[in-house]
Every structure is written in C-alpha cells, then in structure tokens.
Design a protein around this ligand. Structure first.
Ligand code: NAP
Length: 308
C-alpha cells in the first residue's frame, strides 16, 4: 500500500520535537509538505505559508496533522475535511467543544477520518494501568501536575489568551489519562482557578472531582513549579496503589514498577493510520469537557502578575 501523504500544519515546538520524527519512523506515512506562516520548514520538503496556499499550489496530500495553537484549528480542520483530507488534531482538539462537534459532523459527511489525538494516552504505563484498574474499586485519586511554565512554554503568547487554556494546556494531558484509565466517569464538584492579574488564563488550579461511584479525585495544577517537576497520578484501590508517574510513562503497581521506552507519538500515528485504513474517526472530547466545566464552575482568584 502507498504511504499516506501527510502535511504538518504549524511548525512549532511539538511539530519539530515529535511529529517530524514520528512520521519519519512510520512507513505508513510520507511527509509531503509543511505549512507555517513564519517557519522555513524542513530541507527537501515543500514548505508553504498557509493551508490555502498548500491546497491551491502545493503537492497533493491525503492527511494533515494540525499542530497549531487551538484557537486557529477549527477553520483549518474544516477546510481540510471539506476536501476529504484526513485530520489529526493535536491536543486540545479545539478552543471550544461545539467546534469539535461540528468537525465530527463534517468528517461523517465527507467520509474523511478525524482523530482527536490525546498523546498522553499512548504513554507506556497507561494501557497496563487501564487494564489493571478495570475490575478494581477506586477509593481515591490524586493528580499532581506541576511544571515550570518558563521552561516548557517560553514566549508562547497564545497559551495565555482565551482558548489557550493556561495551566490546563499541560493539565488536560492528566485528564486525558484519567478519563481513559479510571473505570468510572467523573465530574467537577468544586475548585479554584488562579489567574495572574495580567493574563487571561490560569497559572494554577485546584479542583475536586467525584466519580460516579463516589470516589474523590483531587487535581493540583501549577505552572510556578521550580526544581523537580511532577506529572503524577496516584490511584488508591481495594487492591493497593496504582501510580503513574512522569506523565504516564512509569507505572507502579503493588507488584513492582514498569519503565518502558517513550513511544507516545509512534502510537498516535499507528492509531491514525488504522483509522484512515478502516475509514473511521476517533473523536473524544471528555478531557476538554472537564476543563470547560472548570471554567464554568470553579471560583477565580487573582494572583500576582506573571513576569516572563
Ligand atoms: P508553538 O511552538 O507555539 O507552535 C505553534 C505553531 O503554529 C507556530 O510555530 C505557528 O507558526 C503555527 N501557526 C499558528 N497559526 C497558524 C496557521 N493559521 N497556520 C499554520 N500554522 C500556524 O506551539 P506548540 O508548543 O508546538 O503547541 C502546538 C499545539 O500542540 C498546542 O495545542 C499544544 O497544546 C500541543 N502540544 C504541545 C506540546 C509541547 O510540548 N509543546 C506537547 C504536546 C502537544 P509560525 O511560527 O510559523 O508563525
């Protein structure tokens, strides 16, 4: 079978760190073009300044990976789907929930595959954690996602703008794991968002959820962390503790600890290839719903201005 000709749209940090190597390492895809307003692209691959330009003047593509900030994703995705081009949406899949619903409907009509790519679900510990938890009784869950925004998001103005999610940009990865591994769905009970006086998005959040079986789930997100960073989920069950650390890549169960090689984006592209081959979409907005609920239901405190 011929490889799927794919274009990366939005040549920023994640496109270079993960999408380029994942596409290069997957025989099911060939990189046909890159698109970005200010970037120069990759040697030997056609580069265009906009999706309009790609569709009008670039090489033919079967699929696009949208690696732009979420605020501009809808128009790009809609334009591609309209032409029957398969679309991988980086996380979060959109700036609003309704726009992702609209994209799903459009994909259904055109027969193109739409994939809301939650990369953290492909971290090594996540699938075995999900299997282990499937028939356990969960008693309590603690999510701690604390990182230094100056290290991980230097100069990214969009992340602080409405639709950029602030500290939920990394925090939604924890929610993508929790919604995937926990045996019951859960919902927000209360919480606090901390917004710097000079920014439109939160720098920290403390949230309390409860699952449908009554287990409490706490979430502590903070972008002001210095020193060691924390991307940990601790799940207390009737059979002992299940702990996912380092963003889901390390799993500790009562029997011991499993470390595996990072294959998140390889897993993501393998899944995208399967969806394209079988003519299906995979659209899940459950992590984004929980973030939207935090903006609806949590109280807001103003904290000191953020200095880059
Ligand atoms: P970034 O470094 O700011 O890159 C975003 C890129 O999108 C920019 O380089 C910009 O291109 C391009 N862009 C903006 N508008 C565009 C448009 N209309 N058409 C084409 N390209 C456009 O951001 P990032 O960190 O890569 O994050 C992008 C997305 O990936 C976010 O949703 C984020 O949550 C997700 N993500 C990021 C990471 C990470 O570690 N950074 C990890 C996983 C997922 P120009 O520079 O050419 O203007």
């Amino acid at each position: 079978m011929e490889p799927t000709r794919i274009a990366i749209i939005g040549m920023g940090k994640i496109a270079r760190d993960q999408h380029l190597p994942a596409i290069a390492g997957d025989a099911g895809f060939s990189l046909a073009a890159t698109v970005s307003p200010h970037d120069r692209g990759v040697a030997g691959v056609p580069h265009l300044k906009s999706l309009d330009d790609l569709l009008a003047n670039g090489p033919a593509v079967d699929a696009v990976a949208l690696c732009t900030p979420p605020q501009v994703r809808y128009d790009l995705a809609a334009q591609a789907l309209k032409r029957g081009i398969h679309v991988l949406l980086e996380k979060p899949p959109g700036a609003t929930l309704a726009e992702v619903d609209a994209l799903e409907e459009r994909a259904r009509k055109t027969g193109a595959s739409l994939f809301t790519a939650w990369h953290s679900r492909f971290a090594a510990g996540v699938a075995p954690a999900r299997a282990w938890l499937a028939d356990r009784q969960v008693r309590q869950v603690d999510i701690v996602w604390r990182e230094d925004v100056r290290v991980w998001h230097p100069g990214q103005a969009w992340i602080w703008e409405p639709g950029g999610l602030g500290v939920f940009d990394p925090g939604i990865n924890a929610l993508s794991i929790a919604t995937h591994v926990l045996p019951h769905s859960f919902f927000l009970r209360s919480g606090t968002l901390k917004l710097p006086a000079n920014r439109a998005a939160p720098i920290a959040a403390q949230l309390q959820f409860r699952d449908t079986a009554g287990a409490p789930i706490s979430m502590d997100l903070d972008w002001r962390q210095t020193g060691p960073q924390s991307w940990d989920i601790t799940i207390e069950t009737d059979a002992g503790i299940c702990k996912l650390t380092r963003g889901g890549s390390v799993l500790t169960l009562p029997g011991g600890t499993e470390h595996s090689e990072d294959r998140e984006y390889a897993g993501l592209y393998a899944r995208f290839a399967t969806l394209i081959r079988t003519g299906r979409s995979d659209v899940d907005t459950s992590p984004l719903k929980l973030v939207a609920d935090a903006f609806l239901r949590a109280r807001r405190d103003t904290v000191e201005p953020f200095v880059e």
